[in-house]
Design a binder for this molecule. Structure first.
Ligand SMILES: CSCC[C@H](NC=O)C(=O)N[C@@H](CO)C(=O)O
Length: 665
C-alpha cells in the first residue's frame, strides 16, 4: 500500500509548513481534560509558534488557551485544576505564566534574570519550584584579569565543558539551581546553591522536600555522573537519594506516601546511551532495579524529523504502579511495573512511537501523544490498563488526506556479518509504484549511534518516496531498542561492525526485484553522516551520497565536540594517546582515497556537536583528489537543523538533498 497517488498530490519540501505538532499531553487532576502544546511553523516569520490547547477526554473540540505571538509550552495543571501554569518567551526570556481554566488573559509569574527552564507545582498549589541559573562562586581572579569597568572580549576558559550545541557563544560560569516562588506571584527564593547544576525538581507528597537531579561528585568536572538528591523546600542541606560515581540516573518521582523515590537510568555513566536504562527505587534501604529482565531500554530512543519534544518522566500511582516509556524494536511504548517488585507489562503498545504521557493523580487514566508512520502526532487517552483508547485530536487529518504517503513495509534479514544476526528494517515503495518497473534506492542511516528508527512519520523519507525513490532504513547493530548487547556491539568498531548489517538490508531490498542496482544512494546525519562517509570509503556500489552534520576524523573530533571527551573514550576504546590506532582505523577520512561516489556535504556552521571542520576536511580532501563533491553550509544553524532549524533552512536542506539524488541517480 502507499504506492499509488490516487487523487492525492505528492508531498513537497514546503509541506513542513502544513504539519502541526502536538506534544506534552497533561491530564487534568479530575481526569476530564488534557492540556497540550500545539506548534506550527510560521512561514511569514520564518519561525515557530506554539500555544496551549485543552481538549475534553470525552471528546469535543480542542480549545485554544493561549494565543500570543510566541512560544508557549510546558502546560502544568494546578493541583486543584483551576489554573494552568506554562512557560512562555513572550517577554524575551522563558518565564512562567499562569492562566485560569475559565479563560481570560495569562499573567506573568516569574521574572528571573536568567529565565526559567522547568517548574513543578507544590502539592498544595501554593508554590512553584523552578529551575533557573544563578551566578556561580566567583572564579579565582588571575593577575592581569580585567576589572569590571572595562570588559574584554577575550574568553578565558577554565572548565572542561565550555561549549554546548544550540547555545551561542561559550558557556558562562552560572549554575542551574532550584528556586521557589509563590504561585500567586511574589519574591522568588533560591533553594539550592553551590558549584553544581541542579535540575528536574519534584515535590514530595507532603510538600516538605524537593527531589532533584544533580552531579555532586568530587570528580564532576571530568565524569558524566547524574545523581538523585532531595532538599528541604525552604532550603537547607541536600540529602543523597541515589548518588555516587556509578550513578547515571534521572526523572525522579515520589511514591504517593513519600517513603520512596523511583528514577530511571543505569550504573555505568561512561556508557551513556550504549546500554539499557532501567527503573529503580530507593526507599532508604538498598536501591532496587525493577526492570532487570526487561531486555529493552527505558525511555524513547526514537529518531525522526517531525516532532516537538516533551521528555516525560516516570509516573507512580496511588495503587503502587510505576509507569515509564520503553523503546522496543522500532516502537516506543508505555509499560508499568509494580513498585514492590514483579514483572513489567505493556500498557500502551502498537506499531507506533509514544512521544510522551501523563497519568491522572488517581492513576485511573493516561493521556499521551503518539505518532505512527503516516501521522506525526495526536493526543490520545486511555484507562490505566491501556483499554478504552481514544484519539482526542486530529491535527493533521485534513492535510494528510490531500497528499499521497508511502506505508513502510517491515522486514528482518540476516546480516552479512559472520554471525548472520537478524537485522530489522523497513522499505518504502515510491509513490506511483508500478510492478515490473525498476526504481532508484536511497539508504537512510540514523545517528546516535544508539538511536532507533521508529514506526514514526519521517518527512525526509516520505519526500524521497514522493520523488520516486525506494527508501530503505534499518536499525543496525549499535541501535537502541534491541537490548544492551545489540546497542553496545559497535564499541571500538564503528563502521566495521554495522556496515555489514546495512548492506544486508540494501541487498535484501534489491532482491525483491524492483530496484535498479545501478542507481543507489546513501545518506544520514551525525553518526549517520559518519556512516555515509564510511560506506563510500568501503564500497563503490553507491552512485550518490549526501552526508549531513557528519564526522570524518575522530582524532580532531576528540575534544572539539560538546559531546565530551568521555564519549570517545568509551565509544572508541580510549583517549587518542592510548589507542591512537583506533582513532585512525575508525576515521572515514583514512579511506578518503577510496571515495569515488559523488558526495554532497550538508553542515551547519554553528554545529558544536559535530563541528563544521569535520565537513571542511572531507571537502578539501575530496577536492584535492578531484572527486565530485559539493559543500552546502547553513549559517546560524546548529546540529538540529533538520529538526528545529529555521523553517526556510529546513526546506532548503530538503531541496538540496532531492537535487543531488536527482542529479546522480
Ligand atoms: C558521531 S558523534 C555524535 C553523534 C551524535 N550523537 C549524539 O548527539 C548523533 O549521531 N546524533 C544523532 C541523534 O541525535 C542526530 O541525528 O543528530
Amino acid at each position: 500500500m502507499g504506492a499509488s497517488t490516487g487523487a492525492k498530490r505528492r508531498l513537497t519540501p514546503e509541506d513542513i509548513y502544513n504539519i502541526t505538532l502536538v506534544s506534552d499531553a497533561q491530564i487534568s487532576p479530575d481526569g476530564r481534560h488534557v492540556a497540550y502544546t500545539q506548534t506550527i511553523l510560521d512561514k511569514e516569520k520564518n519561525d515557530y509558534r506554539s500555544s496551549i490547547f485543552v481538549v475534553p477526554v470525552d471528546g469535543g473540540t480542542p480549545r485554544r488557551f493561549t494565543s500570543a505571538d510566541a512560544r508557549d509550552s510546558f502546560p502544568r495543571w494546578s493541583p486543584d485544576g483551576s489554573r494552568i501554569a506554562f512557560l512562555s518567551n513572550r517577554t524575551g526570556k522563558s518565564q512562567v505564566w499562569m492562566i485560569s481554566v475559565d479563560g481570560g488573559e495569562a499573567t506573568q509569574v516569574t521574572d528571573l534574570p536568567e529565565g526559567v527552564t522547568y517548574f513543578a507545582w507544590s502539592p498544595d498549589g501554593s508554590t512553584l519550584a523552578l529551575v533557573s541559573k544563578t551566578e556561580a562562586a566567583q572564579l579565582e581572579k588571575r593577575e592581569g584579569d580585567e576589572e569590571d569597568e572595562e570588559k574584554s572580549d577575550v574568553v578565558r576558559i577554565t572548565r572542561i565543558r565550555f561549549r554546548a550545541d544550540g547555545v551561542s557563544g561559550f558557556l558562562d560560569d552560572k549554575r542551574s539551581h532550584i528556586w521557589c516562588i509563590p504561585a500567586a506571584g511574589g519574591d522568588p527564593w533560591q533553594v539550592t546553591s553551590g558549584d553544581f547544576d541542579d535540575a528536574w525538581p519534584v515535590w514530595s507528597p507532603g510538600g516538605h522536600e524537593i527531589a532533584f537531579v544533580s552531579n555532586r561528585t568530587e570528580d564532576r568536572e571530568y565524569n558524566t555522573v547524574s545523581e538523585i538528591w532531595a532538599v528541604p523546600a525552604r532550603g537547607g542541606e541536600a540529602r543523597p537519594i541515589a548518588t555516587g560515581d556509578d550513578a547515571y540516573f534521572g526523572r525522579p518521582v515520589w511514591s504517593v506516601d513519600g517513603a520512596a523515590i523511583a528514577f530511571a537510568g543505569h550504573r555505568q555513566p561512561e556508557a551513556g546511551g550504549a546500554i539499557d536504562s532501567h527503573v529503580w527505587v530507593a526507599d532508604g534501604g538498598a536501591t532496587r532495579c525493577l526492570t532487570e529482565g526487561l531486555g529493552r531500554t527505558v525511555g524513547d530512543a526514537g529518531i525522526n524529523d517531525t516532532f516537538a519534544s516533551a521528555n516525560p518522566g516516570l509516573a507512580w500511582t496511588p495503587d503502587g504502579w510505576i509507569y515509564f516509556q520503553v523503546s522496543d524494536s522500532g516502537n516506543t511504548h508505555v509499560y508499568r511495573v509494580p513498585a514492590g517488585g514483579g514483572d513489567p507489562s505493556l500498557v500502551v503498545g502498537g506499531q507506533r512511537r509514544v512521544l510522551d504521557f501523563s497519568l491522572s493523580p488517581d492513576g485511573s487514566r493516561i493521556a499521551f501523544v503518539a505518532g505512527d508512520p503516516l501521522n506525526p502526532c495526536d493526543v490520545y487517552v486511555c484507562r490505566a490498563d491501556g483499554s478504552d483508547e481514544r484519539r482526542l485530536t486530529a491535527v493533521n487529518e485534513e492535510f494528510f488526506s490531500s497528499v499521497a504517503l508511502s506505508q513502510p513495509e517491515e522486514f528482518r534479514v540476516p546480516s552479512h556479518a559472520d554471525d548472520r544476526a537478524e537485522i530489522h528494517g523497513w522499505v518504502m515503495k515510491p509513490i506511483g509504484f508500478e510492478p515490473g518497473r525498476k526504481y532508484p534506492l536511497v539508504l537512510e542511516i540514523h545517528g546516535g549511534p544508539h538511536g532507533m528508527y521508529a514506526n514514526h512519520y519521517f518527512h525526509e523519507f516520505q519526500l524521497l518516496a514522493a520523488q520516486g525513490y525506494v527508501v530503505v532504513y534499518t536499525n543496525p547493530r549499535g541501535s537502541q531498542g534491541y537490548g544492551t548487547e545489540y546497542a553496545s556491539y559497535t564499541r571500538a568498531a564503528w563502521g566495521e561492525k554495522d556496515m555489514p548489517d546495512l548492506m544486508a538490508a540494501v541487498d535484501y531490498v534489491i532482491e525483491q526485484g524492483y530496484v535498479d542496482p545501478n542507481r543507489l544512494g546513501v545518506t544520514g546525519g551525525s553518526y549517520g553522516g559518519y556512516m555515509t562517509n564510511w560506506v563510500i570509503g568501503h564500497t563503490d556500489r553507491f552512485n550518490a551520497a549526501v552526508t549531513q552534520r557528519c564526522v570524518s576524523d575522530l582524532y580532531s573530533f576528540f575534544g572539539t565536540s560538546d559531546i565530551g571527551f568521555n564519549f570517545g573514550a568509551y565509544e572508541w576504546g580510549g583517549v587518542p594517546w592510548e589507542v591512537r590506532e583506533n582513532y585512525v582505523r575508525l576515521s572515514p577520512i583514512t579511506y578518503v582515497e577510496n571515495m569515488k561516489t559523488p558526495l554532497l556535504i550538508i553542515h551547519s556552521e554553528e554545529d558544536y556537536r559535530c563541528p563544521i571542520a569535520q565537513a571542511e576536511q572531507l571537502f578539501i580532501s575530496l577536492k584535492i583528489l578531484g572527486r565530485e563533491v559539493e559543500f552546502v553550509r547553513f549559517p546560524n544553524e546548529n546540529h538540529n537543523l533538520s529538526r528545529s532549524g529555521k523553517p526556510k533552512h529546513r526546506v532548503e536542506r530538503l531541496q538540496f538533498i532531492l537535487g543531488w539524488f536527482q542529479r546522480y541517480l
